[in-house]
Design a protein around this ligand. Structure first.
Ligand code: HEC
Length: 97
């Protein structure tokens, strides 16, 4: 196979991986957002101690944006997804996992 062909296969694999792992990559991204936007005023304890459903997390995140958390609308949605998954109603009690 020539170098062009190999490059093409490499690109195809990279694209397939990007699609497959897009979901998994949301979590580290959400973790970064949390560190960037949610620890200036308090640490993560009040967050990790909560168990709320998605709508309630959305309200909390909106409230924190109102207080001054530096989040763009798209970032807020990623964070709400993450919080609802990690600290939702049926998440086990107890700190950060
Ligand atoms: C500008 C300061 C500030 C930033 C930034 C901030 N918070 Fe808060 N947060 C507060 C204050 C002040 C309180 C206490 C409010 C109270 O006791 O009513 C609080 C309380 C909380 C609580 C506990 C009370 C509740 O409503 O459940 C949670 C959870 C929370 N913050 C989550 C977050 C998240 C998630 C982020 C990032 C999006 C964030 N905070 C960023 C100021 C901030």
């Amino acid at each position: 196979m020539d170098a062009d062909g190999r490059r093409w296969i490499g690109l195809t694999l990279a694209l397939a991986a990007a699609g497959g792992y897009a979901l998994a990559q949301r979590q580290p991204e959400a973790g970064k957002l949390l560190q960037a936007a949610c620890v200036q005023c308090h640490d993560l304890r009040p967050i990790a101690a909560q168990r709320k459903e998605r709508a309630a997390w959305r309200r909390t995140v909106n409230e924190m944006i109102w207080r001054g958390a530096p989040l763009l609308p798209g970032e807020a949605a990623i964070l709400v997804d993450y919080l609802a998954a990690e600290f939702g109603r049926d998440a086990p009690e107890g700190g950060l996992r």
